[in-house]
Design a protein around this ligand. Sequence first.
Ligand SMILES: Nc1ncnc2c1ncn2[C@@H]1O[C@H](COP(=O)(O)OP(=O)(O)OP(=O)(O)O)[C@@H](O)[C@H]1O
Length: 430
Amino acid sequence: MGEKGHPSRVLLECSLSDKLCVVREQQYEVIIVPALLVGGFLILLAIILWLFIRGQRSQRQRPGPKGTASVPASRDLSQEAAGQGEKVLLPLKETSSVESFLRAATPPLAKLQLPREQLSDVLEKIYDGSCGTLYHAMMNTRDDPKPKSVVLKVLEEPTGLQEVQDFIGRIQFYQYLGKHRNLVQLEGCCTERMPLYMVLEDVVPGDLLSFLWTCRRDVMTTYGLLYDLTEKQIYHIGKQVLLALEFLQNKNLFHGDVAARNILIQSDLTVKLCRLGLAYEVHTQGAISSARTSAVPLKWLAPERLLLRPASIRGDVWSFGVLLYEMVTLGAPPYPEIPPTSILQYLQRGKIMKRPSSCTHAMYNIMKCCWHWSENRRPLPGELRLRLEAASRSANDQAVLQVPELVVPELYADVAGISAESLSYSYTVL
Ligand SMILES: Nc1ncnc2c1ncn2[C@@H]1O[C@H](COP(=O)(O)OP(=O)(O)OP(=O)(O)O)[C@@H](O)[C@H]1O
């Protein structure tokens, strides 16, 4: 096209024999026009880039008509982050939202509020929980001159309003649940300002998994607890866990992570389910999010959970079968010969765990009914409790379970498919 159009112009300005003129004309078109195009393109690109960077900056520096600010939310929030040397900062808007949220959320929790002065200095860190850090602390009460040992769940440095809402939501959840002998009890809270405290009963000596491991050792007694376990006692512990599950089921909830590490035991062999975070999620959202599901160790999960299908109380019944296995083996990792990521394939082949040598046929039959692939064929917690009660009548109360090998926690974590950090509490007990 262009070449056809040129001769008329060329003919007007140059004679046909003037080859130099024609070449110059073509040079003009070949060099200048593309240069103009490239130049224009670069200018356009620069404008787009400038607009983009300006947009990014203004987003970072929001909010407020008073310009930009990034200030500590309160005295506590502005503390130096431990060991990091960084300030914990919340945007101005977030800070005032946290304060106004706490002002609105605290009055309905009035009955649970405890004066902060009653709480001693923090004694010992137990665990970095998913929603706050757990500490052992002492609490003075009006009724008793002796201070009482409690567990404090503390939210010190929230990353935003959402985390504060979640913490308060969990306190409200405890309030909604009410008391049950086999669930960890909330004794009170401090929520009028940051940091937020949840005050929980202290369950001593602690988690069942550590207790089981300690039963392997030659330990006589600590905290008045005999580190001996008989078959009858396994049924006694199991029944209490099932009572807690029945209680949750009656509220249309389930636990979602039944395992020895998430059960606390007292010196009188009373046990209490803790880690109610998933039940809280079921309560608030009607289901467990996939992010939370992926945090639950695979070896305790029912097939429908491994297949990411909706979970239910019958999934807890499956995990209860694994818990029986944990107790009768004094805390061995489930499926020791199978890598955690191969569990689904293993179950899909119709396989389940073999009967441990220390396990009676009666107890193994109970485990097997928990491990039906089809949910509907598994008993509900109430039915299962009746089976346990029946088996308990003829169970051995004399023979103490013994496993000579001691547990190496790192190795255990690896075989069980759980993070070693989640066993940090066990380390301190052992
Ligand atoms: N009242 C308590 N007494 C003694 N130890 C406790 C108590 N509550 C929790 N623990 C220990 O702290 C660990 C974490 O418990 P917690 O229920 O607070 O978990 P979490 O990480 O906040 O999970 P979730 O989000 O499920 O609530 C437990 O496994 C247990 O070892």
